[in-house]
Design a protein around this ligand. Structure first.
Ligand code: 4NP
Length: 156
C-alpha cells in the first residue's frame, strides 16, 4: 500500500479537502486498494473536530463526501507514510521541525500544480467561500498530476 498524508495548519480546511478529493479520485480510478490517504495539522487547535463547514460545503458542491476528525502531525507519521504533503511553506517548516529534513518524502503540494508550481495553497480560514473554491481548484488539478506521477512511478 502506498500511503499519502496531507498536512496543513489546522487540519479542518485544506488538508481534509485534499484527502477527500484524492479518495474520490482513487475510487474512480479503482486504486483505493493500492493507495490510501489521510490528513493532519501541524497545530493542535482542532484535534478531534470535524472539518470546517465551508470545507464540507465546497466538497459537497463537487459531489465529494468528507469524513475526517482533526489530528496533529507527529513524528510517527513520517514512518507510517510514504508521501508527506505540506500545503504551504510554513507547514513545510513546521513539519521539518517535527521530523527533521526528509526531502524525499516531504513535498509542497503545489510542486504538482501546473499553474503556480511551488506556491502556497492559500490558507482560506479568514476568508469567504470563494477562497475555499479556489483551494478546491488548486487541489483538484495538483492531485490529478500527483496521481499521474504515482501511476507512472509505481506502474499502476
Ligand atoms: P487549515 O486552515 O490549516 O487549512 O485547516 C486553518 C484552520 C484553522 C486555523 C488556521 C488555519 N486556526 O487558526 O484555527
Amino acid at each position: 500500500m502506498i500511503k499519502v498524508l496531507f498536512v496543513c495548519l489546522g487540519n479542518i480546511c485544506r488538508s481534509p479537502l485534499a484527502e477527500a478529493i484524492f479518495k474520490k479520485k482513487l475510487e474512480i480510478e479503482q486504486l483505493a486498494h493500492k493507495i490510501s490517504c489521510d490528513s493532519a495539522g501541524t497545530a493542535n487547535y482542532h484535534v478531534g473536530e470535524n472539518p470546517d463547514p465551508r470545507t464540507v460545503e465546497i466538497a459537497e458542491k463537487h459531489g465529494i463526501p468528507v469524513n475526517h476528525k482533526g489530528q496533529q502531525f507527529k513524528k510517527h507519521h513520517s514512518e507510517e507514510f510514504d508521501y508527506l504533503f505540506a500545503m504551504d511553506g510554513s507547514n513545510y517548516k513546521n513539519m521539518v521541525s517535527e521530523i527533521g529534513n526528509d526531502p524525499d518524502k516531504l513535498i509542497l503540494m503545489r510542486n504538482f500544480d501546473p499553474f503556480g508550481k511551488g506556491e502556497d495553497v492559500p490558507d482560506p480560514w479568514y476568508g469567504g467561500i470563494n477562497g475555499f473554491e479556489n483551494v478546491y481548484q488548486i487541489l483538484d488539478r495538483s492531485l490529478d498530476k500527483f496521481l499521474d506521477h504515482l501511476k507512472e512511478k509505481h506502474d499502476l
